[in-house]
Design a protein around this ligand. Structure first.
Ligand code: ZN
Length: 297
């Protein structure tokens, strides 16, 4: 059976199951497409909404197959948030097939897109000032959906924005302190274009802005032979992709693996990146530590 048919059948059974359930009472039911966005929504919603995240910790939202539980959550939602910018290739189908009556909102509305080889880079959260735009978008949607709590959402958003802005300042200071020849790093896929733009770094990657395409042997060889010329100082594996490519690049170039970056998803509970703020702080720490020590051995 094809994936689409499986999904349609799953959704049909989920819809049948729904008929038997009592209507969800009280709180606003919100669905967020992936873990980083889910955390932002929770920070703004506080106690006044139930937030369900579709693509969970350490999982890759570029390539995802929705489950029956996802279809059920979408069908029951009042409000759905997606990243947009082509990130969730599966969300339009999931929402349409679930028969959801929820309003659907693109959290990146108003963000100036970064283009990579002519394509929109969807990883806009990797600049904290873009994070502020996500949060303000979320607060305005929630205030319209539940006007009785508009003041709470506004207060939550303001406190959260203050934390994001403070970390943005710290990030600028720490990365600005790195020597000019230690600002180029390699990650598995091209997820840090917004961080590069916002904070004056260069990120190179063997895989493009989505994780679907493997590089050809020729592309990989060209990347590897160019890395030293381009001044790459450290390599990083990611939480959502296989480390194999980065390990191969490390072996062939002698460049060290500086650690693990959380690019497109939070860590599972107990990990170092269980919130958007913690994720950004972890990534900043990993970058600074690896780049400060690069070339010292
Ligand atoms: Zn990505």
């Amino acid at each position: 059976m094809t994936y689409l048919n499986t999904l349609k059948n799953s959704i049909a059974s989920a819809a049948l199951a729904l008929v038997a359930l009592p209507a969800a009472a009280g709180d606003l039911q919100i669905v967020a497409s992936f873990s980083i966005l889910g955390d932002m929504v929770e920070q703004v919603a506080g106690d006044y909404a139930d937030v369900t995240t579709i693509v969970g910790p350490d999982a890759d939202a570029h390539v995802y197959s929705p489950s029956v539980a996802d279809a059920r959550a979408v069908a029951q939602a009042d409000v759905i948030f997606v990243n947009g910018m082509g990130f969730e290739t599966w969300s339009d189908t999931l929402i349409a097939e679930s028969g959801s009556k929820a309003s659907v909102h693109i959290a990146t509305d108003g963000i100036t897109p970064v283009l990579v080889e002519g394509e929109v880079d969807p990883h806009a959260w990797n600049s904290l000032l873009n994070g502020v735009i996500y949060v303000n978008n979320i607060a305005s949607v929630l205030s319209e959906a539940a006007p009785a709590h508009a003041d709470d959402f506004k207060a939550n958003a303001e406190a959260y924005v203050a934390e994001l802005t403070a970390l943005d300042t710290t990030t600028r200071e720490k990365l600005a302190a790195l020597p000019a020849d230690r600002r180029t790093v390699v990650t598995a896929h091209d997820a840090f274009g917004y961080l590069a733009d916002a904070y004056g770094m260069t990120f190179l990657a063997p895989v493009g802005i989505d994780t679907e395409a493997e590089p050809s042997a020729k592309e990989l060889a060209a990347l590897i032979s160019g890395l030293k010329d381009q001044g790459a100082s450290a390599l990083f594996v990611e939480n959502i992709t296989s480390p194999a490519l980065i390990e191969q690049i490390s072996e062939e170039t002698g460049l060290k693996i500086g650690g693990r970056l959380f690019s497109d998803a939070l860590s599972a509970r107990g990990g170092p990146a269980t919130s958007y703020l913690a994720m950004f702080e972890h990534n900043l720490g990993a970058l600074v530590t690896a780049l400060e020590n690069a070339g010292d051995s």
